[in-house]
Design a binder for this molecule. Structure first.
Ligand code: SAM
Length: 255
């Protein structure tokens, strides 16, 4: 069986606990010609820990546009690359999308390894419905922030945000204002690290908690979707079902 050659591997790296690196991630990092890293210093420390010594090249959001074309040319000549970010899965709120798109457009193969990412454990441990969810990544800091929040007013799926600790209180307040203070939410902090903590409650309860306990570390904010619309939909469905039952009954009577 012939296997297509992979030109670009996206390799997840730990979001805290270094033991979350996978065996396959290590094999892949060993096997490629070049490792592209968001921050060569941060990744250098990880690679040293994993005893992988490899040609490391910088690939970050500032040089992404410029770098893509040259990298694709090198891949066409047969070089293989692994892209890693500072933590988690590359291209998830990290650089990578432009490169993946360009590599695929050039008719080359891309493979993303399964592995560490912050939003999945945050969602699952939040205790909020996870059958359907929306990953919002980082909200814009200023322009467009309110528009993005307003666009989510009727969203019934569970919402996931990445947020910096010093902006969390402001975000919780804005979300409470938009969605209502009693909306359920969870803040997952320092996942996989020593001080991992998941705080669950309504938006107002979380605001009260973080006013007293200032937040440190990295966080994922998970917010329940809008329940009213679900109810409205269910009501509509019930009404339609009742209408259909009535219709069926009257049809039988005519027959
Ligand atoms: N690529 C990463 C991933 O797959 O999750 C995300 C990179 S993004 C630049 C960094 C954000 O991810 C942080 O600001 C935080 O919201 C979240 N994050 C990363 N590590 C985390 C951790 N250990 N605990 C909680 N959130 C984390």
């Amino acid at each position: 069986m012939s296997q297509t050659k992979i030109s670009l591997f996206l390799v997840p790296t730990p979001i805290g606990n270094l033991r979350d690196i996978t065996l396959r991630a290590m094999d892949t990092l060993q096997a490629v010609d070049v490792i592209l890293a968001e921050d060569t210093r941060t990744s250098g420390i990880l690679l040293k820990h994993l005893q992988i010594s490899k040609n490391l090249q910088s690939y970050h959001s500032f040089n992404e546009h410029k770098a893509v074309e040259k990298l694709v040319e090198r891949m066409k000549k047969g070089e293989t690359f692994a892209l890693i970010s500072d933590a988690g899965t590359p291209a998830i709120s990290d650089p990578g999308f432009l490169l993946v798109r360009a590599v695929l457009a050039a008719g080359l193969e891309v493979q993303c390894l399964p592995g560490a990412t912050a939003f999945v454990p945050a969602l699952v441990a939040s205790g909020l419905p996870n059958d359907r969810f929306v990953f919002e990544g980082f909200l814009p800091h200023k322009k467009g922030r309110k528009t993005r929040i307003d666009a989510l007013l009727d969203e019934t799926r569970t919402l996931i945000f990445y947020e910096s600790p010093h902006r969390l209180l402001k975000t919780l307040e804005q979300l409470a204002e938009a969605f209502g203070a009693d909306r359920q939410a969870a803040v997952a902090r320092e996942l996989s690290k020593l001080h991992e903590e998941i705080a669950r409650g309504t938006l107002v309860e979380l605001i009260d908690y973080y006013q007293v306990n200032p937040l440190k570390g990295e966080i994922v904010l998970v917010v329940a979707g809008c329940a009213e619309q679900r109810e409205t939909r269910a009501e509509k469905q019930e009404k339609k079902q009742a209408e259909w039952k009535k219709e069926k009954k009257s049809r039988k009577e005519i027959d």
